[in-house]
Design a binder for this molecule. Structure first.
Ligand code: NAP
Length: 288
């Protein structure tokens, strides 16, 4: 019986596979990907590459055959589409006899959150719980990696912009979330029906983030609190889909209410260490 990772050609999935290879032999790992040609690196390592797409129940059911434990990495689409996609993945897992589902959720999943994608995760979590399969819910906080997007502009202008005011968010590096997922996948029996809040060890303000960028680059950079409409205009101008613009705008509205400032030590239970700090993450990312 194998352990399968969906979305393995994505950024998080690639890192989960990397960390899982430290814990399991390649012969016990399978991946479900939408484009198998993009997964030749996995195949060359001896990983079982399967064709799967959350939009296709038959394909997904085929991908889950002979799988004991599966990580469903959440997809990227508008809420109605993504809820249906995730439900399809759960249905396929149940139909093929998968025993344990691990899912990448979000911290504090709610139907009424300003971060509109939160409602997707609540629906998927509930659907997984109702499936009767063993589960582990990884309630990931926001990727520290996302903070790097503002760096080029900050270097040009001296202003690190975000519509964040004094909001503090428990950003955490994607790599730590991937390692936590791999730790669960390697020993799922230790995490049956567990829910983990995976946050950084500190909630950081965007003024602090600007100071980390300044320190890492040796440049004078300060935080610029962007008006919400300016932020939305920037996101639209780079061609992001409307549902993503709405979710990102809502993230900061929620954060200003304190939605994403609660620190949890759950990551330490999975990694045996705290998450890499945002300060250290930015320093190493910008030195690379
Ligand atoms: N916590 C956060 O801060 C944060 C930030 C951004 C996103 N997320 C969520 O976390 C997920 C993973 O993050 P990431 O950085 O790895 O994103 P990513 O690099 O965009 O990867 C997303 C993965 O989802 C797969 N996918 C999309 N639609 C699918 C479908 N219909 N069926 C099967 N797979 C599908 C993609 O497959 P392909 O490789 O075939 O395209 C890709 O592998 C995202 O999809 C999103 O739901 C979280």
């Amino acid at each position: 019986m194998k352990t399968l990772i969906t979305g393995a050609t994505g950024q998080l999935g690639t890192l989960v596979v990397k960390h899982l290879l430290d814990r399991l032999p390649a012969s016990e790992i399978a991946v479900s990907v939408r484009t198998p040609a993009k997964a030749e690196n996995f195949a060359s390592l001896g990983i079982d590459v399967r064709h799967g797409d959350f939009d296709d129940l038959a394909l997904m059911t085929n991908a889950f055959k002979g799988i004991e434990t599966a990580l469903i990495i959440s997809a990227e689409a508008d809420n109605a589409t993504r809820i249906a996609q995730h439900r399809t993945a759960v249905d396929a897992a149940k139909a093929t006899g998968v025993k344990h589902l691990v899912y990448t959720s979000i911290v504090d999943p709610r139907s009424d959150a300003d971060f509109t994608y939160s409602a997707i995760h609540l629906d998927t979590e509930n659907y997984i719980k109702e499936s009767g399969l063993n589960y582990t819910l990884l309630r990931n906080s926001f990727y520290a990696d996302l903070l790097l997007a503002g760096v080029p502009h900050a270097l040009e202008t001296g202003a690190y912009g975000a519509p964040a005011g004094d909001a503090k968010i428990t950003y955490i590096p994607r790599n730590d979330l991937a390692e936590a997922a791999a730790a669960v996948l390697a020993n799922p029996e230790n995490h049956i029906n567990a829910i983990y809040d995976l946050t950084g060890s500190k909630a950081v303000s965007h003024a602090e983030i600007a100071s980390y960028v300044a320190k890492a680059t040796g440049k004078e950079i300060t935080f610029a609190d962007l008006p919400a409409d300016v932020h939305v205009g920037i996101l639209n101008s780079i061609g992001l889909p409307g549902h993503l613009v709405e979710a990102l705008a809502g993230l900061y509205v929620g954060a200003k209410k304190g939605d994403y400032e609660t620190v949890s030590s759950d990551i330490e239970k999975l990694l045996g260490r705290p998450a890499q700090s945002v300060d250290d993450f930015i320093s190493k990312a910008l030195a690379a």
